[in-house]
Design a protein around this ligand. Structure first.
Ligand SMILES: [Zn+2]
Length: 297
């Protein structure tokens, strides 16, 4: 499943190819993905210039000149492929694998054709993603967006905000951090990593690191770790972006270079400084948790 850093990489790739270009037409090859695709998607977008490609949590927003927005979510297996005369690329592909859209593949559902001949193809074998068309004024009220908390980045999530959300909360810390109303788009992998770096137990009661008097030292540590983990992952994805232009296919892209400290490392030594513990795995709310019980308290 694409996580926030990969979605940000996809956003940058789409921004590069779409912004400033006029859409000649949008073709939808089926009526629905996870939700119906508007049947007037073609007329709502025809001959309109793309002015920006934005992101909120894991939602992508392709904004057109008259306040029309193509809202997209990659779900479990969605991807965008850019096809032009000079190159073909699938931004984010290096991070989450899977099929490449060609425009006529079996899972290529939506094709945005630009006047300059470039195509952006949305493919989604499992069809848990979605594509919607709305007015930009309706974004904050959109049912999928209205309850989202801040993005896990320094310009969005602050210690005060997280403190406010965690005061009195009895759920395990990891469960709260996966709650989209508290932090939006911070996935399972990155929650495990941030908790390891801040040496906090995923099972700790959420409210125990918050205080009416303001953020505790532990909470400050956690917020810094969240910012660092996500920023590093975005940088790791973003750093390969400059290489993708001109690449035939995208086999030349390296694998996501971020190395995980605990995620996927069950039974291996803890990498936190001066810790001699071993990483364990257990299941919380149906998701795998990786942590070191020796240093994460
Ligand atoms: Zn440890």
């Amino acid at each position: 499943m694409p996580e926030l850093p990969e979605v940000e990489t996809v956003r940058r790739g789409l921004e590069d190819s779409l912004v400033g270009q006029r859409i000649s037409r949008v073709i939808a090859r089926r009526k629905d993905l996870r939700f119906p695709i508007p049947n007037d998607i073609g007329t709502l977008t025809k001959n309109k210039m793309v002015i920006s490609v934005d992101r909120k949590a894991k939602f992508l927003m392709i904004k057109l000149i008259d306040d029309t927005v193509i809202l997209s979510h990659l779900g479990m297996s969605g991807r965008w492929t850019i096809i032009s005369e000079d190159f073909e690329s699938t931004p984010g592909r290096f991070a989450h694998g899977g099929v490449i859209g060609t425009g006529d593949g079996p899972h290529d559902w939506v094709i945005i054709q630009l006047e300059n001949g470039t195509e952006a193809v949305y493919s989604d074998p499992r069809r848990f993603g979605f594509i919607d068309v709305i007015e930009s004024g309706g974004l904050t009220a959109h049912p999928m967006l209205k309850k989202l908390g801040p993005d896990p980045l320094p310009d969005s999530l602050t210690p005060d905000m997280l403190n406010e959300s965690l005061i009195g909360r009895t759920a395990p810390l990891k469960t709260s951090l996966l709650n989209q109303e508290i932090v939006a788009g911070l996935g399972n992998i990155y929650v495990c990593e941030a908790l390891s770096r801040s040496r906090l137990s995923p099972r700790r009661r959420s409210g125990s690191i918050a205080s009416e008097r303001g953020p505790t030292a532990r909470l400050h540590r956690l917020v810094s770790a969240i910012h660092d983990v996500i920023s590093e992952a975005i940088d790791a994805g973003g750093s390969t972006l400059s290489d993708y232009r001109g690449v035939q296919g995208d086999h030349a892209l390296g694998y996501f270079p971020l190395s995980f400290q605990v995620y996927g490392r069950e039974g291996e030594p803890c990498l936190n400084e001066a810790c001699k513990g071993t990483v364990v795995r257990y299941v919380q709310s149906g998701r795998s948790t990786y942590s070191c019980p020796t240093c994460q308290r």
